[in-house]
Write a protein that binds this ligand. Structure first.
Ligand SMILES: Cc1cc2nc3c(=O)[nH]c(=O)nc-3n(C[C@H](O)[C@H](O)[C@H](O)COP(=O)(O)OP(=O)(O)OC[C@H]3O[C@@H](n4cnc5c(N)ncnc54)[C@H](O)[C@@H]3O)c2cc1C
Length: 275
């Protein structure tokens, strides 16, 4: 049996240098996704592994009046322990739905967003909140909207060779947030998906409407969302039916089961906005 080589860089520049020199090495954060399905006494690791969870640069949390920044290696459990006003409700609802307490104490937010086998549970809430992630590679650093981690075909598209350094979340006020996880709860199987919604209104007029749904593929339909802006609440029944029809049509590529669940959730939200 060939032993794995595990590297423990002691700084972000050292990590980026390793990534540049060993493009096939696997970045190991909490390891829950990398080791998923292994039940033997000894873990089987890929040939080259770069462990990042000891890097203090990736474990920082910074709170300002307008946003919170959370390092990629902060665990889901640690985020849920932050002050209530540092974690938007929609994001907290998504994190509480992830796995078990034991899993949440290992799993990191960076690993949740960088997994490419499917969308994990944090993405829809962060997409609705228009969160940003800082990505770094050997050529430098850039901030990218979380929505851009989904490709044009709706599949996960985390850029290869990049390190997710931190997440920046605006601390906006929302009037209505909804988060529902559908399908198998314990592990995101192909029939598991997360529905997230955030809306705001000023003097009875909708000023923000954001809706995301993701499992194997992601749905975030900004063209439909923009048609809600400026509508007076409660929505009229004609408007409500028109929006429902657009969302039902847009969900045509989902599996029959997810399409049904998505349709029911959209109808429920439109019902709330029509009262
Ligand atoms: C039993 C079980 C139940 C689970 N239930 C859920 C659930 O309910 N909801 C859910 O969302 N997930 C679930 N998961 C999946 C997983 O635990 C989470 O998505 C978790 O947040 C992954 O984080 P991690 O730190 O363990 O990632 P890791 O396993 O360390 O890494 C995951 C992937 O991301 C890459 N990566 C990690 N960090 C970075 C970084 N900073 N920059 C670039 N790439 C990076 C790794 O190379 C790897 O490809 C479950 C897993 C198991 C085993």
């Amino acid at each position: 049996m060939r032993a794995s080589e595990v590297y423990f860089p002691d700084s972000l520049p050292a990590l980026l240098d390793l990534v540049r020199r060993m493009p096939d090495a696997v970045i190991y954060s909490g390891g829950t996704e990398i080791l998923r399905g292994q039940s033997e006494p000894y873990a089987r690791l890929p040939p080259e592994v770069i462990s990042i969870c000891g890097l203090s640069e990736l474990r920082q949390v910074a709170l300002t009046e307008r946003f919170v920044e959370i390092g990629a290696c902060v665990t889901i459990a640690e985020i849920l322990e932050l002050r209530e006003n540092a974690v938007p409700e929609l994001f907290a609802l998504a994190l509480r739905g992830i796995g078990t307490p034991a899993l949440r104490s290992l799993a990191t937010i960076g690993g949740n967003l960088a997994s490419t086998s499917r969308f994990m549970d944090a993405w829809p809430a962060l997409a609705c909140l228009d969160a940003l992630v800082e990505l770094r590679d050997a050529s430098g650093s850039r901030w990218v909207n979380v929505n851009r981690l989904a490709g044009s075909d709706g599949a996960p598209d985390f850029p290869a060779g990049n390190i997710l350094v931190r997440l920046r979340l605006p601390l906006d006020r929302w009037d209505l947030v909804v988060l529902r996880k559908v399908g198998t709860r314990d592990y995101p199987s192909k029939d598991t998906a997360v529905f997230a919604l955030a809306t705001k209104a000023e003097k009875g007029i909708l000023s923000e409407f954001r809706l995301a749904f993701a499992g194997q593929i992601a749905l975030r339909l900004r063209e439909i969302e923009s048609k809600f802006i400026g509508r007076r609440l409660p929505l009229e029944s004609k408007q409500r039916s028109a929006f429902a029809e657009e969302y039902h049509e847009a969900a045509a590529d989902l599996s029959p089961r997810l399409r049904l669940q998505f349709g029911t959730l959209v109808d429920g939200v439109l019902d709330l906005l029509s009262r």
